[in-house]
Write a protein that binds this ligand. Structure first.
Ligand code: ADP
Ligand code: ADP
Length: 223
């Protein structure tokens, strides 16, 4: 589903955020990307949703070479990729319903279908009673579940999460992780960047370790 071949990415000359990364993530995999701050975790995720482009190497997402995408094809790629962040990035002046509905409005879904699907997903997240609330009235865990609902409402092929549990307590972390696992069981390929060791150790999933832009360990690859 995701293939990196000798990928290099630099924001500035003479300093590589990622250096010669080769990585294959098959469809249906669940991978934690970890490593110290500045290791390149966010950059790796940004490359998958084409927020930044590689300076060298090749990236294939679901068989598509992202370097060959035209400007108008990038939104098409992003439709199959759901993204969540540590700070949720919800629209503060919109309701929970509206925050999730946006994903489907952009895709041109009809009003009635949007209503049904958004309600269904919010119910799965245990948020049906918050549908009319605005994000600032919700707890951190609830806000992250809204962000997850927004990312998952169109059943993306890939779910990317950048430090998704960074601002949450243990109970909320568990809840968020179980949502990732359910999405994964339903077939979504999941990539989670985190430096939370406990989250990683308790999950028994594949772990890819970055350090200063290099891939230094992959639990899937024999040492
Ligand atoms: P991580 O997510 O592991 O903390 P990042 O991918 O955010 O690492 O950063 C990797 C490196 O790239 C760091 O040295 C960081 O300072 C640098 N970097 C990240 N984003 C930018 C940017 N927008 N402009 C310049 N340098 C950046
Ligand atoms: P993370 O560790 O999750 O990557 P950061 O605090 O490193 O978060 O980065 C927050 C934002 O600042 C990101 O959008 C990143 O691209 C940007 N950024 C990080 N490092 C730099 C840098 N050296 N120069 C400019 N922007 C940066």
């Amino acid at each position: 589903m995701i293939q990196f071949h000798n990928v290099c990415m630099s924001y500035q000359r003479d300093s590589a955020a990622l250096n010669d990364i080769t990585l294959k993530v098959p469809k249906g995999d669940f991978v934690f990307v970890t490593g110290p701050s500045g290791a390149g975790k966010s950059t790796l995720l940004k490359l998958v949703y084409a927020a930044v482009m590689p300076n060298r190497g090749q990236i294939l997402i679901d068989g598509q070479n992202i370097a060959r995408l035209t400007r108008s094809q990038i939104p098409l790629l992003r439709r199959s990729v759901g993204v969540v962040f540590q700070d949720f990035k919800l629209l503060p002046n919109r309701t929970v319903f509206e925050n999730v509905a946006i994903t489907l409005e952009v895709l041109g879904w009809g009003k009635k279908d949007i209503g049904k699907k958004v309600y269904h997903v919010l119910k799965l997240m245990g948020l049906e009673h918050k549908i009319a609330a605005t994000p600032l009235r919700l707890s951190g865990g609830e806000q992250q579940r809204v962000a997850l609902a927004r990312a998952l409402v169109n059943d993306p092929k890939i779910l990317l999460a950048d430090e998704p549990t960074g601002n949450l307590d243990d109970e909320n972390k568990e809840q968020i992780l179980s949502i990732f696992k359910e999405a994964n069981i339903r077939g979504t390929t999941v990539l989670v960047a985190t430096h939370d060791r406990r989250v990683i150790e308790n999950s028994h999933k594949r772990v890819v370790v970055l350090n200063r832009g290099q891939l230094v360990e992959d639990s899937n690859v024999a040492q």
